[in-house]
Ligand binder design. Structure first.
Ligand SMILES: Cc1ncc(COP(=O)(O)O)c(C=O)c1O
Length: 480
C-alpha cells in the first residue's frame, strides 16, 4: 500500500508542478486542456486536485468504450481486462442495454417506491424466476445489497429463529470484501478499510475462509445467536481465492443443521462471471439469500438486489427498509436488458470456455517463468495471476499493471503481488491470447526496467497483521 501511494504521488507529482498556473487552464466543450499537456494529463491533474484521494488509479483516462475496447482522449486504444471490477460482463455499451436505457429514460425515470411503476414488476418477475427465489428486494450498490441482506438476516433471526433481542451474530470470513459502508467494514480484515473509522459495529464473528471445520466450531460456540453466515463463493478482492472443493456444500449443510441463513455475496462472482450464472452453482448449492450487484446494471447504472424466499423476505415490513432509487424504472429497464443479454448470448457458458482457454495461456507463461509466476487460479473469467514476491524484489503487481497498460492491456493489481484479470464476458480468443502474450513480454523484457524504476523506492515493510484476526494476511493459503 505504502509503495502504491508513493507511486501515485510520483505520478501525480510528475504532472503537478507545471499546472500551478490555473489561468493557463481552459476548457474546450467538456474537455479539460492545459497548454503543453495532453488532455489525459490535465484530467488526471484535475481529478487529483478536486476529488478525494480515496483511490489510486492507473494513469489512464477512459473517454470512450465499446465492448472490450476502451479509448483515451488522445485516441489510444486499450483492451479492458478489469471491466469495472466485473460490472461490465456484457461488454461496454451493449446496444440492447443502451437502447433499453434510452427508451426508458424518455418515458419515466423515477417513481420512488411510494408509488408503483410499470417496469419494476417485470424486473422482479424476471430476476426471481431466473435465479429461482420467491422475492427480490432492489437496491443500488453492492454494499447496500449486503447491508440489506444483513438487516434481513437479523430480522429473521429475531422473528423466526428466536434470537434474544439485540444479540444476533453474523459470521463472515477472513479476507472478505463486501463493500465500504460502516456495517460492512465492521466485518473487514483490511486495516486500511477499518483503521480510523471506529467504532465498528458489534455482532460480527470472523472465521477462516474455506475452513468448514472452523465454521462448525463457530456455530457450536455461538449457534443459537447466529443469524447468518455471509461469504463470497470466490473471494474477489482478496485475490481471487477459490475455496477447496466441497466447501460450499459443507457450508450449506452446516447452515441447515444450525438454522443459520446462508448468504452468498455474488456481487462480483454472479451473473456469469465464473462460468455459471451464480458461482454457488459450481457445487450445486442454493444459498438462502443471494446478493447481486455490479453486472446486474451492466456497468450502465448501479443496480443491486437481494434474493430470498418469502418466509425470509417478508420479515421486513413496510417502512423498515428501502431506498429512494431502489427498483426505479430506469434501473429496472437496464437490469432486464442486462439479464436478457447474459441469457441470450450465453455469457456464462462463454465465460467458462474462454476462462479455461485463458488459464491455459497464462499457465504457459507460468511454465516459462516459474520463478516469477507463483500461481494462476480462478473460475471462468475471474482469474488471478499471483507473482512471486521473492523474484519481484521491490517491483509490485501495480508496476506490472503499469507496464501492461503501456502495451494496451488494462488490468488492476489486488494486494502487492496479485493481478486480477476479469475482462467482459464478450471477450474473444484473440484478445485473451494477446493479453497472455503481453504479460509474458512484460515479464521477459519489462521486469528489469521495472526493477530499475523501483530501485529508488524504499522497500516495503512486511504487512502488518490484521487488527481483527491478528493474521499477517487473511489469505486462505496462509491459514490452511
Ligand atoms: C463481493 C463484493 N461485494 C460487495 C461489493 C461492493 O459493491 P459496491 O462497490 O457496488 O458497493 C463488492 C465490490 O467490489 C464486491 O466485490
Amino acid at each position: 500500500m505504502a509503495m502504491r501511494v508513493r507511486l501515485l504521488s510520483r505520478l501525480a507529482g510528475a504532472v503537478r508542478p507545471r499546472f500551478l498556473n490555473q489561468r493557463a487552464l481552459s476548457t474546450v466543450g467538456s474537455e479539460a486542456v492545459d497548454e503543453g499537456h495532453s488532455e489525459s494529463q490535465s484530467l488526471m491533474h484535475w481529478e487529483h486536485q478536486y476529488s478525494a484521494h480515496n483511490y489510486h488509479p492507473l494513469p489512464v483516462v477512459f473517454s470512450q468504450a465499446k465492448d472490450v475496447s476502451v479509448w483515451d482522449p488522445e485516441g489510444r486504444q486499450y483492451l479492458d481486462f478489469l471491466s469495472g471490477y466485473s460490472a461490465v460482463n456484457q461488454g461496454h455499451g451493449h446496444p440492447k442495454i443502451i437502447n433499453a436505457l434510452i427508451q426508458q429514460a424518455q418515458k419515466l425515470t423515477l417513481s420512488s417506491r411510494a408509488f408503483y411503476n410499470d417496469k419494476f414488476p417485470s424486473f422482479a418477475k424476471l430476476v426471481t424466476e431466473l435465479f429461482g427465489y420467491d422475492m427480490v428486494l432492489p437496491m443500488n450498490t453492492g454494499a447496500e445489497g449486503v447491508e440489506t441482506a444483513l438487516k434481513l438476516a437479523r430480522k429473521w433471526g429475531y422473528e423466526k429463529k428466536g434470537i434474544p433481542k439485540d444479540q444476533a451474530v453474523t459470521v463472515s470470513c477472513c479476507g472478505c470484501f463486501h463493500g465500504r459502508t460502516i456495517g460492512v467494514i465492521s466485518m473487514s480484515c483490511d486495516n486500511d478499510a477499518t483503521r480510523g473509522f471506529g467504532p465498528l459495529l458489534p455482532g460480527h464473528v470472523k472465521v477462516d475462509y474455506g475452513d468448514a471445520g472452523a465454521l462448525e466450531q463457530v456455530f457450536k460456540e455461538h449457534g443459537d445467536k447466529v443469524a447468518a453466515f455471509l461469504f463470497e463463493p470466490i473471494q474477489g478482492e482478496a485475490g481471487v481465492i477459490v475455496p477447496p472443493d466441497g466447501y460450499l456444500k459443507a457450508v450449506r449443510e452446516l447452515c441447515s443443521k444450525h438454522n443459520v441463513l446462508m448468504i452468498a455475496d455474488e456481487v462480483q462472482t454472479g451473473i456469469g462471471r465464473t462460468g455459471k450464472l451464480l458461482a454457488c452453482e459450481w457445487e450445486g448449492v442454493r444459498p438462502d439469500v443471494v446478493v447481486l450487484g455490479k453486472a446486474l446494471g451492466a456497468g450502465v447504472l448501479p443496480v443491486s438486489a437481494v434474493l430470498a424466499n418469502s418466509d425470509i423476505m417478508l420479515c421486513i415490513k413496510p417502512g423498515e427498509h428501502g431506498s429512494t432509487f431502489g427498483g426505479n424504472p430506469l434501473a429496472s429497464a437496464v437490469a432486464i436488458a442486462a439479464l436478457q443479454v447474459v441469457r441470450e448470448e450465453k455469457l456464462a457458458e462463454r465465460s467458462a470456455k474462454l476462462g479455461e482457454e485463458f488459464k491455459g495461456y497464462l499457465s504457459n507463461v507460468q511454465r516459462l517463468h516459474p520463478d516469477l509466476v507463483k500461481e494462476v487460479r480462478g473460475r471462468g473469467l475471474l482469474i488471478a495471476v499471483e507473482l512471486n514476491p521473492a523474484a519481484l524484489g521491490s517491483v509490485s503487481a501495480f508496476d506490472v499493471c503499469l507496464a501492461l497498460k503501456e502495451r494496451g492491456i488494462l488490468a488492476k493489481a489486488t494486494h502487492e503481488t496479485i493481478i486480477r484479470l476479469s475482462p467482459p464476458l464478450t471477450i474473444r480468443s484473440e484478445h485473451i491470447r494477446l493479453a497472455a502474450n503481453t504479460l509474458q513480454e512484460v515479464l521477459e523484457c519489462g521486469i528489469e526496467k521495472l526493477r530499475l524504476d523501483a530501485k529508488s523506492q524504499v522497500p516495503q515493510n512486511s504487512p502488518e497483521p490484521c487488527d481483527r484476526c491478528g493474521r499477517h494476511t487473511c489469505r486462505l493459503s496462509e491459514h490452511s
